[in-house]
Design a binder for this molecule. Structure first.
Ligand code: DX5
Ligand code: ZN
Length: 220
């Protein structure tokens, strides 16, 4: 098990969560099977064309995903409270919602827990960590976006590093996930800042050797 010892922090396992946004949706389960032996979570990007300018998949497709790994559903949608129960029933293990998408984050966190899922909250690049500080104790995961959500293949935004450092200082044991522009180089930076769950889409699914790409994110 690869672990990382951040100075002054506890030891947290580095987990890799390939984003299926860059997989071939025509053979999704085959693509997931190609990465499953080497990674930890499967990251599923749900977009509605309103919260972000792109549309992906809904709960009926999520229900068809076959994986033995934790299914990490990142909801980039408006009115998430209308849909979280559907995603839980479809097999999500972790549901991550955006703080910017709701007026009642506490209620939404409770709804996700009551539905039987782990809960994460995400912040976009322009959103301050302060917005989610009151909720940290109720969360399983914080997801720091290191690109504007909506598309794969964008460049990593360095302003995410300060947010990760601040969160890790406050929460030595929390899963701190980072999403957007993660490759072997940026992985080093986010791990040093304190992130321990790395989402990566185009870097993994675009690689000729997906196993090697995943290992390189862990510095192996
Ligand atoms: C972007 C998504 C990401 C995306 C990351 O809105 O949330 O999960 O797939 O893609 P890469 O790793 O290519 O930046
Ligand atoms: Zn995502």
């Amino acid at each position: 098990m690869l672990v990382h010892n951040y100075s002054n922090f506890n030891i947290v396992k580095i987990k890799i969560a390939p984003s299926i946004l860059s997989a071939d949706f025509g053979k999704l389960n085959e693509d997931i099977a190609s990465i499953e032996p080497f990674c930890d979570w499967v990251h599923v990007d749900v977009m509605d064309g309103h919260f972000v300018p792109n549309i992906t998949i809904g709960a009926p497709v999520v229900k068809k995903i076959k994986t033995g790994l934790l299914m990490d559903c990142h909801l980039m949608i408006e009115n998430p409270e209308k849909y979280v129960d559907d995603f839980c029933k479809a097999g999500a293990d972790l549901i991550t919602v955006h703080s910017e998408a709701t007026e009642d984050l506490a209620g939404l966190i409770k709804q996700i827990k009551d539905a039987g899922c782990k809960v994460g909250v995400s912040i976009k690049p322009k959103t301050s960590v302060d917005e989610i500080l009151p909720y940290l104790g109720d969360l399983d995961v914080v997801l720091v976006m290191s690109v504007e959500p909506g598309f794969g293949g964008q460049s990593f935004m360095e302003n995410s590093l300060d947010k990760i450092r601040m969160l890790r200082k406050l929460e030595p044991n929390l899963d701190i996930e980072v999403d957007g522009g993660i490759n072997a180089e940026t992985a080093k930076q986010v791990i040093l800042a304190g992130a321990n769950v790395l989402v990566s889409g185009s870097y993994i699914f675009g690689a000729e050797d997906r196993e090697a790409a995943i290992l390189s994110l862990k510095g192996e």
